[in-house]
Design a protein around this ligand. Structure first.
Ligand code: 5GP
Length: 189
């Protein structure tokens, strides 16, 4: 996705600890045109798969998943990170280690919105060590649903999340695979 790569080169900022900041178009301010291209590309990459629902995790995954869902014509389900009194108590839960926040947290989805007939496409903004993606896969498995694939906007190929998922035979598509050189330039694989 040349368009996305150019935008990452133009606006991406490398931070300490191998963090890529893209909050001028993806994680804070959102450029809907970029998201639209991302959504179209996911539809193209997963066009051979049956998808009944898109699953992501709050908060940065939601906008991407919602735009992509318009191309798949399916609902979006997002895993919540906090418990709230108005959320169904009947949930599937999983634990995730946050790379950016350096702490563990739980994600949860209501059992009402996923079942074993579902074919789930998991979407997220970044893939680093794979904890968020694996946590989402756990939820899909707990529900007895089928995983159609995983769509990632930016995979950091110097971390091993991609390797872990590919080793499991998961149908993983990352739209941009990035690494950084010694002078803090962004390179694409
Ligand atoms: P993982 O669970 O694969 O280690 O990390 C993926 C999650 O951490 C994503 O949901 C994303 O929100 C966050 N993340 C990991 N690395 C980065 C990064 O370099 N930049 C940003 N903005 N988020 C990241």
């Amino acid at each position: 996705m040349e368009y996305l790569k150019q935008r990452i080169l133009k606006d991406g900022v490398i931070k300490e600890g191998g963090i890529l900041k893209v909050d001028s178009f993806l994680n804070h301010q959102i450029d809907v045109e970029v998201l639209n291209e991302i959504g179209k590309e996911f539809k193209k990459r997963f066009s051979d798969r049956k998808v009944t629902k898109i699953l992501t995790v709050e908060s940065s995954g939601i906008a991407i998943a919602v735009i992509a869902a318009q191309y798949f014509n399916v609902p979006v389900l997002f895993a919540k990170k906090t418990e709230s009194s108005n959320m169904d108590k009947n949930t599937y839960e999983s634990e995730v280690y946050s790379y950016t926040k350096a702490k563990k947290y739980k994600i949860r989805i209501s059992r009402n919105y996923i079942n074993k007939e579902d074919k789930i496409l998991v979407i997220d903004d970044f893939l680093a060590n794979g904890s968020a993606a694996l946590g989402l896969i756990n939820l899909v498995e707990a529900a007895g649903a089928e995983l159609s694939g995983i769509g990632i906007v930016i995979e950091k190929s110097f971390q091993d999340g991609g390797k872990k998922l590919r080793k499991k035979g998961i149908n993983l598509h990352s739209l941009a695979e990035v690494e950084f050189d010694n002078e803090n330039n962004i390179l694409f694989k």
